[in-house]
Design a protein around this ligand. Sequence first.
Ligand code: GUN
Length: 291
Amino acid sequence: MSAVIIDGFKIASDVRHLVAEKTAALVKSGVYPCLAVVLVGENPASVSYVTGKEKALAEVGMKDRSIRLPESTTETELLKIIEELNEDSSVHGILVQLPLPKHIDENKVIMAIKPEKDVDGFHPINVGNLVIGRKSFLPCTPHGIIVLLKIMGIKTDGAHAVVVGRSNIVGKPVSLLLARRETNATVTICHTGTKDLASITRQADILVAAVGKPKVITADMVKAGAAVIDVGVNRIPDDTKKSGFSLVGDVDFENVKEIASYITPVPKGVGPMTIAMLMQNVLEAATQWQS
Ligand code: GUN
């Protein structure tokens, strides 16, 4: 039997509606949630992500302080802008779209953002709080994955979750969230050093693919009945599309869906959840301001 296709677009839209209601109440009380979205350069994928975030802000009724900077922006210039945003009390959240141009030290930039405005959850203070189980901004994609699993009723307690990828943005934090007491999965993290990857992924009740390479998770790597979460967004050339490319995940969707019990599509799977959880974090950041 073919897998249930998880409608991340619909679930994200429900989350955004809830956020919009709470935002309206906050605005009535005099606080207008505002996110500063900083983009350096014109990487087409980053431009598209940032545009999506700006559209979502408008949709949930939040303010958007959009800052587009040329590729030639220096690290010092970017740090100065972050400093100004840190001090601006009308800005509740700061998001610097990654990756940054090679001449800018990403870690320096992340560390420059005030932890209480770090709605990406990338600052070491927020990462550290996540590790030790204290309240923090949760990184948006990993949090979105946990919400998808919960809403779909996919059992995590006692499940073996295999995460392929160890990035700071997805692989590491989603592994931590899956292993938290309230989620209670047993987690294996696979990466480029993993030997016989397929023998491990085949043990997964929940398989999270965050590799960044098109269709590397094939049907022979998946256990029958597994829930498969595809975080990949890869552009592959496609002459039949006006844009000249199509988006595919890290999972060979067409074949894996015949084996899995649940699967997220690309697009309209995990991607929209990332944006919805970002909106939730901005709301939380602005709510802190109220008290
Ligand atoms: N680049 C890819 N994903 C993300 C994200 O969630 N936040 C930021 N700031 N940059 C990204």
